[in-house]
Design a protein around this ligand. Structure first.
Ligand SMILES: Nc1ncnc2c1ncn2[C@@H]1O[C@H](COP(=O)(O)OP(=O)(O)OP(=O)(O)O)[C@@H](O)[C@H]1O
Ligand SMILES: [Mg+2]
Length: 265
């Protein structure tokens, strides 16, 4: 491989540089910079209102940022039309799934492929998602609104896959699901990454699941990234163990750290 080709392959698939997005006077994310390497699962951890969903909406063009840049495959996609961003290979699984309740499961899946004209490949991709989530095959003719919450999450992920994306943005897949179902869905997300090579950016409050599934993680607080590292190292950090993994007695300083003000630096 030439040096140039190597350089292209090393380039992150997604880059956010100093992105700021607001809702009127509310600055929801402030100067967020992050990178997602091709083939990785990256995660952004943060509690309610930290700005996780805002990051994903800004990447997929639903919200236009006030400042900063979003680069996908080396190209500037900042504030582009969401449909164009999907065509470029970036699919978004929104918070709360948002399936089309009055359409059948099959038609929801076809909606995910609306940017494609390769019909045979679409049919074979539908077989692939049925292999990941067999329940969707059983329910293919049923209205999506009749699925359980977990099944709707499976459908939302599958609908994103139907666009054959390079990158999937996944907004809190664990929301409202039992621990068992959450585990099942995370296992399939990891399989999709490993088997199809799909890069994934996952935002989650469930740090335990996210840190086990992902390769690299960012911690978001009040709209700012306050920490980043490999998930392996993040899992060992005292602050993460105490505040995100709920391990109160973690770390050598134990008790005393509880009394201290939360401080990430
Ligand atoms: N449509 C909106 N209008 C006004 N403010 C909003 C809107 N959506 C989000 N916000 C505010 O922006 C901030 C970030 O919200 P965001 O939804 O990105 O957080 P989040 O990390 O996804 O939270 P959660 O885990 O609860 O989903 C919050 O203060 C929120 O109140
Ligand atoms: Mg959210």
């Amino acid at each position: 491989m030439s040096q140039d080709a190597a350089a292209v392959n090393d380039e992150p698939l997604l880059v956010l540089a100093n992105v700021e997005s607001a809702y009127g006077p509310i600055r929801a994310i402030r100067g967020v910079s992050l990178k997602v390497q091709r083939g990785q699962i990256a995660t952004v951890l943060g509690s309610n209102g930290a700005g996780k969903t805002t990051i994903l909406k800004t990447i997929s063009g639903i919200i236009d940022p006030r400042k900063g840049q979003v680069l996908f495959q080396g190209q500037d996609i900042t504030a582009r039309d969401p449909a164009e961003i999907v065509r470029r290979g970036l699919s978004h699984v929104p918070e709360g799934r948002e399936v089309f309740p009055l359409l059948s499961v099959r038609d929801n899946l076809l909606m995910g492929a609306y940017t494609r004209s390769d019909r045979d490949a679409v049919a074979s991709d539908m077989e692939t998602v049925f292999a990941y989530f067999p329940i969707l095959r059983e329910r293919a003719g049923q209205d999506a609104g009749l699925l359980s919450g977990g099944q709707q999450q499976m459908l939302a992920i599958s609908r994103a896959l139907m666009a054959r994306p390079e990158l999937i943005l996944l907004d809190e897949p664990s929301l409202g699901l039992s621990p068992k179902l959450t585990k099942e869905i995370f296992e399939i997300v990891v399989r999709i990454n490993r088997e199809r090579g799909t890069t994934i950016l996952l935002v989650e409050q469930n740090a335990n699941m996210a840190l086990n599934a992902a390769d690299y993680g960012y911690v978001l607080e009040n709209g700012r990234i306050v920490m980043e590292d490999s998930c392996e190292r993040l899992r060992e950090k005292d602050d993460i163990r105490e505040f995100y993994l709920g391990m109160k007695d973690a770390g050598v300083r134990g008790e005393r750290r509880w009394k201290k003000k939360k401080n990430w630096r």
